[in-house]
Each structure stands twice: as C-alpha cells, then as structure tokens.
Design a protein around this ligand. Sequence first.
Ligand code: APR
Length: 169
Amino acid sequence: MKITVLIGDITKLQVDAIVNAANCSLLGGGGVDGAIHRGAGPGLLAECREIGGCRTGEAVITKAYCLPAKHVVHTPGPVWNGGNRGEPELLRSCYLNCLRLAEETKLQTIAFPAISTGVYGYPLLEASRIAVETATGWEKSFPGEAIFVAFSSEAENIYKKLAEEISTK
Ligand code: APR
C-alpha cells in the first residue's frame, strides 16, 4: 500500500473515500465531522440516521452526496483518558476497520483525518504513530493508497517523519 501525507481540508479531496472522525450517534458534530456534513448536505445525515449509530473503533460506509469524494467512512475514535483505558487499541481498530471496508468495497484511495486528536484529545504524536503503523502493517494486499490529511503543519511534519521512520524499519 502507498502512503501519502498532505496538508489541507479533507472535504475537498476527490478520492474514493474520506474518513470521518465521527461520534457514535453518527448525527454530526463539530470538527471534521461538522465539515463533512456541511459539505455533503442533508442526504448524508439522512443515511446516517438510517444506520442508527456506530460503536467506537468500528466503521460504516455511506455515500458522499455533494462532496467530491465517492464515499464517507465514518468511524468514532476513542476519547483520550490518559492512555490506559484501551484508547490505543480502539484507535488502531478505527484504522483497521476503515481499511477493511476500503478493501471490501474495492476502493483505491482512502483519506484519513487525524482521528481523535481534536475534540477527543488524543495526543497527536501517539495517534499519528498508531495511524501510520496500522496502515504500513496492513497485512492484506490492499492495493490502494492511504492518504493522511494533516490540518496543521505540525501534524504534517509528524506524519511525514513517522512514515519515513516506519517504512525504513
Ligand atoms: N480536514 C482535515 N482535518 C480536519 C478538518 C478538515 N476539514 N477539520 C478538523 N480536522 C482535524 C483536526 O485538526 C484534528 O486533528 O481532524 C482531527 C480530528 O479532530 P475532530 O474533528 O475534533 O475529531 P475527534 O477529535 O475525533 O473528535 C470527534 O468531535 O466533531 C466532533 O462529532 C464529532 O463527537 C465527535 C468528536
């Protein structure tokens, strides 16, 4: 799998799927969740209502409606509680379940925001390490491309450094 890092607004990407850092209700919120729902329009909320919710660490796929992407993969990340309440495992399962869905749906490109590192308070470096390690270790031959979308230059630098460090292991 190819890994790309870019800085920008995930809602503008014309990719097969963008990942939404959602909450378990799937009924929208602030941050990237708010931006995705604003960009997609009311159809996304209607489809999410039908799904009825999603557990932390799991992932569901919907259409993307007015967004340039083809699909949205919604995954509620863990709220940071110091790191000893299963947060790393839950965050890892967010990335794994999104990649599984991408493979099942035969997507070629999937773009991730830095799940849980905003409102949910997950420290950026630790969260980015989990993201990049999970993607590079994706044991299946997911032939596609995982794009890590940073929303700040700090996040961009962290992702790039980790991608280099992990790929040369
Ligand atoms: N494009 C890319 N990244 C973005 C964008 C955007 N348009 N907007 C925000 N981000 C980044 C933030 O800078 C942060 O690094 O996405 C990361 C995740 O932050 P949040 O959106 O706050 O998500 P999270 O920390 O997972 O909290 C989820 O917040 O918005 C609510 O409904 C959501 O309850 C859920 C909670």
